[in-house]
Ligand binder design. Structure first.
Ligand code: ADP
Ligand code: MG
Length: 439
């Protein structure tokens, strides 16, 4: 086989892999290179560690299937950082350690009137840690881009300040680590980890509300960092003063810097987001279709992505071009659906039917993966979609205590941001739970 043959075959494999799993296809796949291809083994060179991680976690099966279809035999596929990009490796490693989502960068964020202040302040902070807005506090409803912006700040800061120690975690991750430190009698270790950070980023701080002891610890962490001029970035679903049972002294500190609100995106911004998301999956859709999708889905960008994914799925399974008519059919369901009040029972119904398990199993002591995962997903969704406390959620699921629920939330929350399959699954379940056909 000549080098040219290898190149051609590889190009076919990449194209096929995109078609096999369109939701995970990205335009940058065109930059992938063959490092080694013989005797049933294909090693693919990737631009950086984040790409390697994305491909290994989400795309390995698709590439393996594509390689088998193109070559006619079984090929084992692996991904590596391309050898002649060694100079960037230290930075890649640092970024990989933070486990950031490869899609959640500033480049992939569409700016509009609804999020301009939040976006600009994140950029400013990533250029000058601790000096501009400190703390930076972002708030807004679910699905409007808070987590995306926090990941983007971390990318941005790490690119500029390679040696900066960044701690990025969900609020529940913080609380869990704190509880574990106490249990293990290693509070000093916990304190030194967080109080020596250059940047502390905590997502969804509204979950501090029922945790008195953690609020106390967080307060001291905040003071230690703030007094040393270290950057603090927080997000929540409401402004500091509106977070129930948050201590006054924390509320006042959260207001010291900049509090930036994110609103639901305007029509124009939604159109631009649809186009950007389509483009990053290597797909072009007309303005007319982007406009159609943007008119259908208004409140939440996560749903906008869900709509786009249904559209792809329909286009690839039917092998048809994406036309306005196809878009209308794909989103027809969405049209008949309206938001409503959500109860834990609604969540349990959708999750048990998706996983084909019984409520009794979720409530039992069974610890097999096939039961634990749906149980944890129920807890996570109940936490995010209802106002029930950790204790109440635990109560519905077999009388489990609040630390178990908290552990589940942080585990599934982490998986949501690092595992595309989990991300897609949660979107799908949320869509089913939040919308029900009109009577
Ligand atoms: P939140 O943390 O506020 O609930 P996320 O950051 O998880 O919301 O955003 C939900 C989804 O919407 C993510 O996939 C994110 O990439 C996407 N998204 C949100 N805002 C934007 C934007 N302005 N441009 C592009 N994508 C966005
Ligand atoms: Mg979020």
């Amino acid at each position: 086989m000549t080098a040219q043959d290898t190149e051609n075959i590889f190009t076919d494999i990449v194209e096929r892999a995109k078609a096999v799993e369109p939701a995970n296809a990205r335009k940058w796949f065109d930059d992938l290179k063959v490092v080694h291809f013989e005797a049933g083994s294909l090693r693919i060179g990737c631009p950086d560690e984040a790409a390697v991680r994305f491909l290994r976690e989400y795309c390995k099966a698709g590439f393996t299937r594509a390689a088998q279809q193109v070559t006619g035999h079984l090929v084992s596929v692996d991904f590596r950082v391309h050898p002649y990009r060694k100079t960037a490796r230290k930075l890649d490693h640092a970024i990989a350690e933070l486990r950031l989502h490869p899609d959640y960068t500033f480049e992939n964020f569409v700016v509009g009137p609804s999020n301009r202040l939040a976006h600009a302040s994140c950029i400013a902070v990533s250029h000058s840690l601790g000096n501009t807005y400190n703390p930076l506090f972002l708030y807004g409803n679910s699905g409007l881009g808070k987590t995306h912006l926090l990941h983007a700040v971390c990318y941005g800061a790490k690119r500029r300040f390679q040696d900066a120690a960044i701690q990025f975690l969900s609020c529940e991750g913080f609380v869990n680590k704190f509880i574990r430190a106490i249990e293990e009698g290693n509070l000093a270790g916990f304190q030194s980890q967080f109080r020596t950070a250059d940047v502390l980023v905590i997502d969804d701080v509204q979950f501090l509300r029922e945790r008195e002891q953690s609020q106390e610890e967080f307060f001291h962490t905040f003071n230690a960092l703030y007094n040393n001029g270290k950057q603090i970035i927080l997000s929540a679903d409401s402004p500091p003063g509106k977070i129930p049972s948050l201590e006054e002294r924390l509320i006042s500190r959260f207001n010291w810097g900049l509090v930036a609100r994110i609103d639901p995106p305007s029509y124009e911004t939604r159109v631009a987001i649809v186009q950007k998301k389509a483009h990053s999956r290597g797909l072009n859709i007309s303005d007319e279709i982007a406009g159609y999708v943007a008119r259908k889905v208004r409140a939440n960008i996560r749903e906008l992505e869900g709509a786009l994914t249904s559209l792809y799925a329909m286009a690839t399974t039917t092998g048809k071009q994406i036309t306005l008519e196809l878009a209308q059919r794909a989103l027809d369901d969405q049209d008949r659906l309206t938001p409503r009040h959500i109860s834990i029972t609604d969540i349990i119904e959708v999750v048990t039917s998706h996983f084909d398990v019984r409520l009794a199993d979720l409530q039992s002591k069974k610890r097999s993966q096939s039961i634990t995962e749906p149980r944890q997903i129920c807890m996570y969704l109940a936490r995010n979609l209802t106002k029930h406390s950790l204790e109440e959620i635990g109560g519905h699921l077999g009388g489990r205590d609040h630390t178990t629920v908290m552990h589940a939330c942080s585990k599934i929350g982490d998986a949501e941001s690092t595992d595309a399959k989990m991300h897609a699954l949660l979107n799908e379940l949320t869509r089913k739970i939040t919308q029900t056909p009109e009577a």
